[in-house]
Design a binder for this molecule. Sequence first.
Ligand SMILES: *[C@@H]1O[C@H](CO)[C@@H](O)[C@H](O)[C@H]1NC(C)=O
Ligand SMILES: *[C@@H]1O[C@H](CO)[C@@H](O)[C@H](O)[C@H]1NC(C)=O
Ligand SMILES: [Zn+2]
Length: 766
Amino acid sequence: MAEFLELETQDGVRMPFNVIPGTKQESSTAVIPVSLLYTPLKPFPDHPILPYSPLRCRSCRSILNPFSVIDFSAKIWICPFDYTRNHFPQHYASISDDNLPAELFPQYTTIEYEPPPESHAQNLTPPVYLFVVDNCLIEEEIGYLKSALLQALDLVPDEGLIGFITFGSFVQVHELGFSGGIPKSYVFKGSKEISKDKVMEQLSFFDRKPKPGSGVVAGVRDGLSPESIARFLLPASECEFTLNSLLEELQKDPWGVPTDQRASRCTGTALSIAAHVLGACVPGSGARIMAFVGGPSTEGPGAIVSKDLSEPIRSHKDLDKDSAPYYHKAVKFYEGLSKQLVHQGHILDLFACALDQVGLAELKVAVERTGGLVVLAESFGHSVFKESLKRVFQAGEYDLGPASNGIFEVSCSKDMKIQGILGPCASLEKKGLLCSETVIGQGNTSAWKLCGLDKATTLCIYFDITKKESSDAIGEATSDQFYLQFLTYYQHNSGRMRLRITTLSRRWIAGPGSTQELIAGFDQEAAAVTMARLVSFKMENEVEFDPIRWLDRSLIRLCSRFGDYQKENSSSFSLSPRFSIFPQFIFHLRRSQFVQVFNNSPDETAYFRMILNRENVANSVVMIQPSLISYSFQSSPEPVLLDVAAVAGDRILLLDSYFTIVIFHGATIAQWRKAGYHDLPEHAAFAQLLQAPKDVTDALMKERFPVPRLVICDQHGSQARFLLAKLNPSATYNSGASMAPGGDLIFTDDVSFEVFLDHLQRLTVQ
Ligand SMILES: *[C@@H]1O[C@H](CO)[C@@H](O)[C@H](O)[C@H]1NC(C)=O
Ligand SMILES: *[C@@H]1O[C@H](CO)[C@@H](O)[C@H](O)[C@H]1NC(C)=O
Ligand SMILES: [Zn+2]
């Protein structure tokens, strides 16, 4: 494991196979797809930032890197991707063995460039935040939202530009930069889609001037005056007063709602108008729409349910039976919105806070393709929302490292093809020889748009190995290495454009004798995560897909390919330590919220999957298989098996399932606590025991986005279900297993891990 973590520290990369199954045949029998998880903006505090532009191969355009072969006397470098010989330009004339530029240092396989701007015209662009705020909320929720927004405004950097739109049955675009008199707002009907031309006309963007006929659409370059833009997007420091008073006036949609009806909420129209405003004002430079939505969309395009309360909001069952009348239309509408936003380079963030579903399942496409942030909570008063919103604007150690306007490109050796990416990105439709015919996620391209990304954003890239036979190579001067290069061009939070380059080399292997090498290079955590993303994707995109059957068959095939056993003898079965916890990951993945979707609403499922699709390996593993730590007087804190046998009266358990953290006090601990022992000086040790899991939790809450929900509960209490639902049901009433004193039983029909493993061994050796 340690060596894989080191590779991640060096390049932000994890791969299931670090020795690549090198032929088509070899890779298909390896079961787990040849794939790679890459975190393009992973912080590298010690790496230099080079103040110049990189050198590119004249034929394939890939960038000079430590794997290039250098001929110092001829001043030539050979590109490892296509073996092209490139001359160094004049300013590299002094290059020699002991005078290397930083991009050739062997340790800088990942390096960043920040070339000086080409001209003064390239001003630094300030961050833009367009708030789109639901005003059909009950008074209490309006209060919570208002105070959260005011707090957020305090954190926005002074030069950051703010815009403000509210919506209910109507959409109101508020003028923040009005000159004297009364603040103005422009009102649009929510019931139907409004074109960009119409929006520009109504906001009188080209009042005294002719509007450009074609091409880009607006922005200063198309002749839109800075004054027009400044009416709607104003520096935070200048609009504080107006915004304060607008927020104070935020009130219930004045058209009262009958008790048998849902509020008239035109989320789709509001977001579409927001996209038009940004498209007109700041096309092509980073900007975020931050939507705060407190209930289901019921009006206009993108509605997910009718206003009639007797009609329920779609469930997974309805989607399964294809009997959700609004669903496909709404998804189609948001697909259109996502295309517009990607084209403009803008991000959609969604803060959905309601007891009801708001339509996250439909909106997912627009948030995910634009790399937006998403937070789901029950109320705007919940700490999950409040703390997460603060984190968006927070600077310093725990900042998100937000960046925008990114473009991501991949180069690879000719025997690998790119199938696609699962993650927060959109295809730029750059087709060519690098693209595989079989597509996974955003595929059929070797370049992607990353409108929004941050230091945690992690892409999962899937490859197809196309090399026919290993024997082809005999006699040819081919290398036993595959090379990969990732290029991420993005707008840093400072406003400057940067270019991050990661170049990798991995050995490939094929034919007899390959098994041991593939095993030695197998990273089971990375494998579990690529399988989790893939199974979620297939569940959403393949009709009649059976995830349990697919996972089970993959696991059985993997175990028969890499396990050690005698045929028909299941007790002879064993797995190398490299694979030993993989069956457990699959067992938990089968039980997880990603696969058992019927326990959740479509909005919750969409939420969990969007976070899985953007997080790194360590965090994703916790989502698949939560971690459990035990605190007691008998030992120092120790990880314990995720099993009901871990529950005991004199223990505190800390369960981390990524989205929720549970601190669970055993019955005896709870009694002592209720008796106030921790306040007595002679029981200081007990006070420390109570505090220890809280300290760990505080640290986790600081570094995670969205901020997890915290549940503190007692054994036998009503909230204990948050822990028990995640535990392996080794002791159930059915099995009649004996219980540890003070332990707990789980009611379930699920198989336990022992039964699962037993089946797996029997099926594998057949
Ligand atoms: C990929 O692009 C080609 C060329 O545009 C197209 O013919 C093909 O259908 C696309 N394949 C997929 C799977 O989208
Ligand atoms: C099955 O494998 C076990 C463990 O390797 C071995 O002890 C046993 O003799 C084998 N049984 C048969 C029938 O070969
Ligand atoms: Zn080249």
